[in-house]
Design a protein around this ligand. Sequence first.
Ligand SMILES: NC(=O)c1ccc[n+]([C@@H]2O[C@H](COP(=O)([O-])OP(=O)(O)OC[C@H]3O[C@@H](n4cnc5c(N)ncnc54)[C@H](O)[C@@H]3O)[C@@H](O)[C@H]2O)c1
Length: 363
Amino acid sequence: MKTFSYTVRNSRTVKAALGRNMADIPAQFPGLFSGADKICLVTGSDAPPSLRARALALFPEGKAPRFYFWLPPSEKAKTLEQAGQLASFLFDNGFSRNSLIIAAGGGAVTDLAGFAAAIYMRGINWVSVPTTFLAQIDAGLGGKTAVNLGGAKNIAGAFHQPALAVCDTAFLDSLPHAELRSGAGELAKYAMIGPAALRRAVVKHLPRAIAGDKTALTACVSACAAYKLSVIARDERDETGAREPLNFGHTAGHAFEALAGGRLPHGEAVARGMRAALIISRELRLLNAAAFKKLDALIDTLRLPPARTVRRDFNKFVLLVSKDKKARGADNRFILLEGAGRPVTAENIRTPLLKKAFEGALK
Ligand SMILES: NC(=O)c1ccc[n+]([C@@H]2O[C@H](COP(=O)([O-])OP(=O)(O)OC[C@H]3O[C@@H](n4cnc5c(N)ncnc54)[C@H](O)[C@@H]3O)[C@@H](O)[C@H]2O)c1
């Protein structure tokens, strides 16, 4: 087991444990668990039985009374109504400010349960236990919690760091190929925005990780989680600019997700969003043709299936991109690349170029 810790606002310490087949986490972090008067384990209702078994191995029942809450599958979990239902469940069962939520699932579960932890009694402790590849390298780390609103992604949310994040790559053994490929979308993002050593690690391991190779997956989780946590430690709340490149591919990606009505896995949407950002970077002459080709080839290695679920509605795309919360009052705001590992921001990308990017990304 590898452990990390870093300090955020108000001198709170955030801890993370990474490994494979870990056991009895409370014994290793007694300070967090011995003070909890009640514990609620939150998972997705479509999670395989092996996920629950692994979660129970990590968090065996102890003295604190244990409660269980199941969320609807994937994005259906990320609604204000679900957050309200979870908060009501906690209240009805006498949860206090000393209680603890353990969220074990993909990014949808950690986003929703983290959000409920942020609002319940103005914030209670939670433990993030990401169980998909995508969530272990990204969504389950960093304290961004949110629900979707009006068909747009992550519009209501809160920064609420988990007291502990536990990434156990044994969860990934039951992950279907489509979810591994979706995770590889965010994995490719790290190769595009990250430092050279991270890029080399991702390029080396990506093909075997996507095929489910355990060693490659563990190497990717270890490298990417460590990098993401180092970024969070520098910019917990997206205020200094250090965290912003993590949104590479997400401006168009979130719009593609919305145009697919939730039927496009997040990582695939991000991969197509990255392709849109690369096209804009090339057309604005930030990237030369050779650099574009090399970066775009990384997206090819994901072997994305045709994006049939995405409605080809360009006007709606423009609207969604302008309503993205990252636009900050501009017509739109994108993270672009001047080269591998050299992200820059650009605002007010004009409609003809958006159209080229939209069409190129959905080809
Ligand atoms: N908060 C952040 O910083 C952040 C970053 C990136 C993405 N996200 C969010 O994360 C969500 C996507 O997360 P995701 O890709 O994990 O998808 P997901 O949460 O929708 O899970 C995908 C599917 O995998 C299943 N699953 C989960 N763990 C499994 C396991 N171990 N074995 C078998 N099946 C398993 C789930 O039940 C679900 O059906 C999106 O809502 C996205 O907006 C958040």
